[in-house]
Write a protein that binds this ligand. Structure first.
Ligand SMILES: C[S@@+](CC[C@H](N)C(=O)[O-])C[C@H]1O[C@@H](n2cnc3c(N)ncnc32)[C@H](O)[C@@H]1O
Length: 209
């Protein structure tokens, strides 16, 4: 694991470590780095972790505080049978694609308690830009789109959610549920590329060097 990935897990731990009897839903297990961190907290706080992965990650750990569901996390008909409506934490780290993130966010939101925390991993594109430490055209684009999607959801739900973005490494969005209602997101009208601003950029006087 890269040092900043460990630092990110430490930050998540700091946010949730004092929730008693916490109940966590995790989307995406892989080798179990986040899973092991969550189980660690569950052992200290008498909590439980439910994790979903499209791959069979059932052998990643063995612990009575862990339930593993082998499924795609958007196979709601199947997954919902195993879930109770009382999660304190929702961790989204499965398919990093904006429409998928949106789909699972809206679906699992209703399973969260009021004041519950939602963490969406990998929403920052800065390491992936041209010349960046992880220069990658595809991930730059997909993380930027996911970031924009999260901001759109927040912008349509300011009474229902709080939002903080942590820019460490590939970043994470940290949201809190303030209300049981959740509105559909709307496109944010961006003035940056309207004709007036393009002309301003071309013709406005530039500062002297
Ligand atoms: C980034 S890894 C998870 C890393 C893990 N949370 C950690 O911190 O160590 C993404 C995981 O999501 C899983 N995945 C991808 N698409 C999925 C889907 N539609 N439903 C459930 N899991 C999916 C992959 O199999 C992979 O194990």
């Amino acid at each position: 694991m890269k040092p900043y990935e460990q630092e990110k897990l430490n930050k998540i731990k700091e946010i949730i470590f004092n929730i008693p009897k916490l109940n966590i839903l995790e989307l995406g297990v892989q080798k179990g780095n986040s899973t092991k961190m969550f189980i660690d907290i569950c052992e200290k706080n008498d909590g439980h972790l439910t994790s979903i992965d499209i791959d069979d990650c059932s052998k990643v750990i063995k612990n009575p505080r862990w339930t593993f569901i082998h499924s795609s996390d958007d196979n709601f008909k199947y997954v919902d049978k195993y879930l109770k409506f009382n999660f304190d934490v929702l961790f989204i780290d499965s398919l990093h694609e904006p429409n998928h993130v949106r789909k699972v966010f809206y679906h699992y939101f209703k399973f969260l308690k009021l004041n519950g925390v939602i963490i969406i991993d990998d929403v920052v594109w800065l390491p992936y830009v041209k010349g960046g430490e992880k220069d990658n055209d595809f991930v730059e684009r997909i993380n930027r789109l996911t970031f924009n999607k999260v901001v759109e959801i927040y912008n349509s739900n300011k009474e229902n959610l709080s939002l903080n973005i942590d820019f460490l490494g590939s970043g994470m969005a940290i949201l809190r549920k303030k209300n049981n209602q959740l509105n559909e997101e709307n496109k944010i009208k961006n003035r940056l590329f309207n004709i007036k601003n393009i002309l301003k950029n071309i013709y406005s006087p530039k500062p002297k060097k």
